[in-house]
Design a protein. Structure first.
Length: 170
């Protein structure tokens, strides 16, 4: 007998035919399948979340004006009622116009639309005001002399700048 035949081979655990290696391979394959399944589920959940978020953004854009429109309906009703009475006295119509203006102002404020109406002598702010002209005046240069048209902010963003006349440098 040769020495190779007399000495049994040593078990290194690397032989795929042994029960330990087969068990370990089966365990790893099962774990791989579980992780693949978990990955696919997580990927599907992310896709569903993204799709739901996109749908919500689309709905928000589509119906963003809904609250504002609801606030404007009473103003529309008041104007419609005013023109339905063609023989009304001027005082009555003027009183109705003032009431409608209050409704409109209130509706705008509820929707975060705030007027920009700087007083005379206020510092000119190019972010909120648009200078139409510069006139000589007895006040500091670059201050507002007169407001020609009110401006408006919507949620701290300029919707329309106030049109103003400013004092010219001396």
């Amino acid at each position: 007998m040769t020495q190779d035949q007399a000495t049994p081979p040593q078990d290194t655990g690397a032989d795929a035919g042994t029960p330990d290696a087969a068990t370990e391979l089966a365990s790893l394959n099962q774990r791989l399948a579980e992780m693949s399944d978990a990955y696919l589920r997580a990927k599907a959940e992310v896709e569903n979340t993204r799709r739901r978020a996109d749908d919500e953004v689309a709905k928000a854009r589509k119906f963003a004006v809904e609250g504002f429109a609801e606030a404007m309906l009473p103003v529309l009703d008041s104007l419609t009622a005013a023109i339905a009475l063609p023989d009304a006295k001027v005082e009555t119509v003027l009183e109705g116009v003032h009431a409608t203006l209050r409704q409109l102002t209130s509706a705008l404020e509820r929707n975060k639309v705030v007027e920009i109406n700087p007083g005379a002598g206020a510092k000119f702010d190019p972010h909120q005001h648009q200078a139409i002209s510069a006139v000589p005046a007895d006040q500091e240069p670059n201050t507002i002399v007169m407001v020609l048209q009110k401006g408006f902010l919507i949620a701290d963003r300029v919707l329309r700048p106030a049109l103003v006349t400013v004092s010219a440098p001396k």
